[in-house]
Design a protein around this ligand. Structure first.
Ligand code: FAD
Length: 523
């Protein structure tokens, strides 16, 4: 039910003391909201947390919007007020470093207030609310036998949250990241204007927002490309002890993106196993305990194994040919013989695979722990150096969570978008998905893992490996300028144009708000 009410909201900055600075009282007036603005402590505390669990910053209030108009009203109030306040959209709070947080401002809780999606079967797209979770997008589109083409590994993330970054998974080599599969957006800019944008209409805002880390506007609607949904998936894992063989096979498989569907896999990922205990980690519970893989028996080079993970989608009606198609592709690969693990499952179960692992971890109280994750895009030309120096060097046969590694084709990324990738035709995602534990093992502590992340970044710098952070986190503008490289000038010009008072997404720590001399990144 849409509730309309007039709310006079007093933000009591008078009593907000940050360090030595005491802020003046500021009164904001919101009338005629369809959703509601909450000062409820439980709302405020929940908006001050994220999956990373590394920092916490409380906003002064949380808006639960019922429409783009509510979002626009709030942002416009800040834009037009003398003092201003910061506004951060929060999708599902699955960032690592407080990117969706704000202080001295308002968090807009985008997920949780669902709008019915609108599907066009003829034009093969779905229009969804920016706070919609991908799992819900999937469920709605499957009712029409359709599904988005490009995914993330985990579906309990919001549409606005992933397309503010890029949204990648094993389909990206073929379909590009999620930001390459968005036809149109409705965005509330930092001036509080509601703007529809696409390649043909307000194209600059459209490209700025895709991969734009929330800097240019709040996505209230996204039009996502769809395809006919497969019914089933053949999911295969094979092992390698030789990194070159592994990387060559991955690169070969992604080079098939121009081939017809029957001649390529639909999903290509992989992970590194540096620690025998992790062969059945939370992302790889795939290996059956009845069929255990003994790393020691596989003569891993420097104790490291590589697992190629591939999948082929199919319909029940062509189940007879899937064996042949898969066999023909596997024949071209050079994995260790007899290390092939195969399972068939419904498409939805494949896409939602990480959620099952989440439930298991939650049951053991191992989900809500600190997650000092590090995600890097590493250029193909330096991936062997990275393997030697990091997987076989810095990690020292110990890690605390899955390490994903898979290549992508740069030509599937639109350079006009804000997302940044290395300057090579092929680059790898390397994702250290760490969980910090307090279990007496020093190598699993937050301090140890954060130090290891720093060592990896230093290694790249020292060796001249031009890696780019994915889901980036920096503490100085100098580092951000280096991150964006050639794109920085355009990025900052677009910021001036679409969010001139630096109201939006200050949790990213890129630009300082004009009305606040403190930012989260410096805490
Ligand atoms: P939040 O953390 O809430 O927000 C992230 C940023 O986006 C913030 O700056 C926020 O202000 C901004 N934002 C949020 N909503 C909007 C909006 N509507 N408009 C504008 N800006 C907005 N990423 C991948 O690409 N592939 C994966 O496979 C993948 N797997 C993951 C698995 C897990 C378990 C986790 C925790 C994360 C994973 N991620 C993956 C990372 C994830 O895509 C990002 O952390 C993403 O930002 C999380 O989405 P969210 O909805 O929780 O965003």
């Amino acid at each position: 039910m849409v509730t309309k009410f007039l709310l006079t909201f007093a933000i009591c900055r008078l009593i907000v003391t940050v360090g030595l600075a005491v802020y003046p009282t500021e009164i904001l007036r919101f009338g005629d909201l369809e959703g509601h603005l909450s000062l409820d402590p439980s709302d405020v505390v929940s908006a001050s947390r994220d999956f990373g669990g590394l920092r916490g910053t409380e906003p002064m209030a949380v808006l639960h919007p019922a429409s783009a108009r509510d979002v626009a009203r709030l942002v416009r109030s800040s834009y037009e007020s003398a003092l201003g306040f910061s506004v951060s959209a929060r999708g599902h709070g699955h960032s690592i470093n407080g990117q969706a947080m704000t202080r001295n401002g308002v968090v807009i809780q985008m997920s949780g207030s669902r709008r019915p999606p609108r599907i066009s079967e003829k034009l093969m797209y779905v229009d969804v609310w920016g706070g919609e979770l991908w799992i819900d997008v999937l469920q709605s589109t499957l009712e029409h036998g359709l599904a988005p083409k490009s995914w993330t590994d985990y579906l309990y993330l919001s549409v606005g949250g992933t397309i503010s970054n890029a949204g990648i998974s094993g389909q990206a080599f073929n379909h590009g990241p999620q930001i390459s599969n968005v036809h149109e957006l409705e965005v509330v800019t930092g001036k509080g204007e509601v703007v529809t944008c696409s390649e043909n209409q307000n194209w600059e805002l459209y490209h700025a927002v895709l991969g734009g880390l929330g800097q240019f506007g709040i996505i209230t609607r996204a039009r996502i490309a769809l395809e006919r949904a497969p019914q089933k998936v053949r999911w295969i894992r094979v092992l390698y002890s030789n990194f070159s063989a592994f990387a060559e096979d991955q690169e070969f498989l992604i080079s098939l993106h121009t081939q017809p569907a029957t001649l390529k896999f639909d999903y290509v990922e992989g992970f590194v196993i540096v620690d025998e205990g992790l062969i059945n980690n939370w992302r790889s519970s795939f290996f059956s305990p009845r069929n255990p893989v003994k790393i020691s028996s596989l003569h891993a080079d420097a104790g490291v194994l590589y697992c190629l993970e591939i999948a082929k989608n199919y319909h029940q009606s062509n189940a007879q040919v899937i064996d042949k198609e898969v066999e023909a592709l596997l024949k071209k690969l050079n994995y260790i013989p007899a290390t092939e693990f195969t399972t068939d499952l419904p498409y939805v179960d494949f896409l939602d695979r990480v959620h099952k692992a989440e439930l298991k971890l939650r049951a053991k109280n191992l989900w809500d722990v600190p997650h000092p994750w590090l995600n890097l895009f590493v250029p193909k030309s330096r991936i062997t150096d990275f393997d030697k120096g990091v997987f076989k060097g810095i990690l020292g046969n110990k890690t605390s969570g899955p390490i994903l590694i898979y290549p992508m084709n740069k030509n599937k990324w639109d350079e006009k978008n804000s997302a940044v990738t290395p300057n090579e035709n092929v680059f790898y995602l390397v994702a250290f998905l760490r969980s910090a534990l307090d279990n007496g093992d020093e190598t699993q502590t937050l301090k140890f893992l954060e130090n290891q992340n720093k060592q990896i970044l230093r290694f790249c710098k020292d060796k001249g490996i031009e890696a780019k952070q994915y889901l980036p986190h920096y503490t100085t503008q100098q580092e951000w300028m280096h991150h964006f490289g050639d794109k920085w000038e355009l990025f900052s010009e677009r910021k001036m144009k679409f969010d001139p008072r630096n109201i939006l997404a200050n949790g990213q720590g890129i630009f300082k708000p004009s009305f606040d001399d403190l930012d989260i990144a410096s805490l």
